[in-house]
Design a protein around this ligand. Structure first.
Ligand code: SF4
Length: 246
């Protein structure tokens, strides 16, 4: 049985997720002010939803104040029929400059871990809960700052629409921000990483650490150990993909 219909343009078959996205944020902070000077995302969603049309619409988003800090919107990327969607927190410094997600050091580490876990990178769509880089100045450097609940809520319709259009078989939250945004505040990556949890977002949903946390390990030994745990979490995803294919 085909896992999806052949028509990827969701204009004719708007999914529940995309309809929910049109109605606005659902992250529990409905109505919170995100400080933007533009219309909310729900008003920017194009009539005919496709990854291309939504990406184009997101390029001009000013729904929260992060658009004043980031260089550009960094929308998700990957195949429209991706089996796996990986959701991180936000684009980093390199992604902000390049305009593409997961192309910096953390993205390269993710690529290595996917290869080690046996997941074909071409089957993976990568995105973030927030599409603009939030940073604070430290000297000449731009240091990552965690997005707050209202910024995450303001940006959420973009992510919900991506999920609705891709309809991944497995959704993987990378890091606590993504996991708590999508799986609830009570979710603890440190305790529940690698487990599959019930969720309406996708048939199989799990969470693990963000690859940037591995880069921050204090020494090579711990970095190696954390990489092994990360690959083990992703190997569970690989097994799930292969089990579903049989
Ligand atoms: S972070 Fe999201 S909601 Fe905020 S301006 Fe960027 S794209 Fe729009």
């Amino acid at each position: 049985m085909a896992k999806r219909g052949p028509e990827r343009d969701a204009g004719a078959a708007l999914t529940r997720g995309a309809k929910r996205a049109r109605r606005g944020p659902t992250a529990g902070v409905r109505g919170a002010k995100a400080g933007g000077d533009g219309p909310p995302v729900s008003e920017l969603l194009p009539e005919r939803l496709s990854l291309g049309s939504v990406r184009d619409a997101a390029a001009g988003c000013r729904a929260c104040d992060l658009h004043t800090r980031g260089t550009q919107t960094v929308f998700g990327e990957g195949p429209s029929k991706a089996d796996v969607m990986m959701v991180g927190e936000q684009p980093g410094d390199a992604e902000d400059v390049a305009g593409h997600p997961f192309v910096g050091p953390a993205g390269k580490l993710l690529d290595r871990a996917l290869a080690d876990a046996g997941i074909d990178r071409r089957r993976v769509y990568v995105t973030n809960v927030v599409k603009h880089f939030k940073w604070e100045p430290r000297g000449k450097r731009r240091i990552h700052a965690r997005p707050n609940a209202s910024e995450i809520a303001a940006c959420r319709p973009w992510l919900e629409t991506e999920i609705a259009l891709i309809r991944p078989r497995v959704l993987v939250c990378l890091g606590a921000t993504a996991a708590q945004a999508l799986l609830g505040k009570a979710f603890k990556v440190s305790q529940q990483r690698g487990q599959f949890v019930p969720s309406p977002l996708a048939p199989r949903v799990t969470a693990t650490v963000h690859p940037s946390s591995i880069l921050r390990a204090p020494d090579d030994e711990q970095r190696h150990a954390e990489m092994q745990r990360f690959v083990a979490d992703l190997a569970r995803v690989a097994r799930e993909l292969s089990r579903k294919e049989t």
